[in-house]
Design a protein. Structure first.
Length: 402
């Protein structure tokens, strides 16, 4: 009986081996992934980024950018047989290759050009990205990066801020598209003109609000952006200075007096301004929507200043000329987080020069060092500042007073 059982088992094994010799010569996978492939899949690499949207009815669409240019919502059909996929697009471009898939995670595709790994997008972030976001970053070398990015629902975007390698920009316009977690942004004044990022979003990711992170494959850098208000809520708010971000600073190699110290803009960095503003306990207050008060300590005395303001979105014009025509109006770009716990105030070069000179003139008048009726002497103060500062982009971070 034991011998008979052994022979039966051997016969079954031999028949199974023979069947495999006949039928296993083609590619085969045990699992049917035709349903698991349905959804949005994205890839973000330094020279290639795209999204595929596979639908249950066998249709597919793709959007992306590579060295050959940009394509958007190109439609086609697809079919899956075992571990082979074929895509045929209306553009005439056909794709065929093999794939492996981990449902809800990764889709690895191989064709004659190489191997590509796509991430599955559990959610589309095109709605979450809409709004205004602030990003600040210190490189520890005295040069700071800062930016405000606004993504509008109509696909347009605005950027205010500066990086180490570019000039400060104010409301620089671009267009964008989000598919799943892939951001494709078109910046016509840059080369290359298309920028791609992988997005992650976390609602209330910090105590001050939503967090949007962007990963750049070109630089292998991840930036963290905090959602802020697109409309200012100023009345009754008071803020104390906490930090400075400076970029693109240069100027004449000479010392110019300012309050109780002197600045050399050829040697300037963010730490110098930071120490100075902390030493004078700089703060701002908004008694109403149309007025700004700011004050600081000088030689043990608190010196308050006040001026009317005009607000257009996040553009705030401090109307110093309304107090006296000898002063210049200053434009700053002002932003608050969702709870008004922080305020960011950005000044490009011209704004900084006017703010710096206004304050100098005001203090010098108070100490009798200037004659209010001496127009030439006052004009010289403004000119000296303009000559000393070639460029500077300044961001002041303020924290709500306790």
């Amino acid at each position: 009986m034991k011998i008979f059982r052994f022979l039966a088992i051997a016969l079954v094994a031999m028949l199974g081996f023979t069947a495999c010799e006949k039928d296993c010569g083609h590619d085969f996978i045990e699992t049917d992934y035709s349903n698991d492939i349905v959804g949005t899949w994205t890839i973000v690499e330094s020279d290639h980024a795209c999204a595929y949207i596979f639908n249950a009815d066998g249709t597919v669409s793709t959007t992306g950018v590579d060295g050959e240019g940009y394509w958007e919502d190109v439609k086609g059909t697809y079919s899956v047989v075992n571990n082979k996929i074929t895509m045929k697009f209306e553009s005439g471009h056909n794709i065929e290759g093999s794939f492996d898939l981990i449902p809800g995670q990764t889709f690895s595709f191989v064709d004659k050009t190489g191997r590509y790994i796509y991430n599955y997008c559990k959610e589309d972030l095109s709605d979450e990205i809409v709004g205004m976001w602030v990003w600040v970053d210190s490189n520890g070398k005295g040069t700071e990066n800062m930016g405000i990015q606004t993504f509008n629902a109509d696909g347009t975007a605005l950027f205010t801020g500066g990086y180490e390698e570019i000039d400060y920009k104010v409301n620089n316009e671009s267009t964008y598209k989000v598919i799943g977690d892939l951001l494709i942004q078109h910046l016509p004044d840059q080369n290359p003109s298309y920028m791609t990022r992988r997005l992650t979003f976390k609602a209330n990711g910090t105590a001050t609000g939503d967090i949007l992170t962007t990963f750049s494959p070109e630089t292998n850098y991840t930036a963290s952006w905090l959602r802020i208000k697109q409309h200012l809520d100023l009345e009754g708010q008071k803020y104390d200075y906490i930090k400075t971000f400076v970029t693109n600073v240069s100027g004449e190699d000479k010392d110019i007096p300012f309050l109780n110290t002197s600045f050399n803009f050829a040697k300037m960095d963010g730490s110098i301004i930071d120490k100075f503003l902390k030493s004078i306990l700089f703060n701002v207050e908004f008694p109403n929507e149309n007025t700004i008060n700011y004050s600081f300590l000088l030689e043990g005395q608190n010196l308050p200043m006040s001026a009317p303001i005009e607000v257009e979105g996040n553009k705030m014009t401090i109307k110093m000329s309304a107090n006296d025509p000898i002063f210049h109006d200053v434009v700053v770009y002002t932003f608050q987080d969702k709870d008004n716990s922080q305020m960011h105030m950005y000044m490009p070069t011209s704004s900084f020069e006017k703010f710096f000179a206004n304050t100098s003139v005001s203090v010098m008048l108070g100490y009798g060092q200037l004659d209010k009726n001496d127009a030439d002497a006052i004009a010289a103060v403004y000119q000296n500042v303009a000559d000393a500062v070639h460029s500077i982009n300044l961001s002041l971070v303020m924290s709500k007073s306790k």
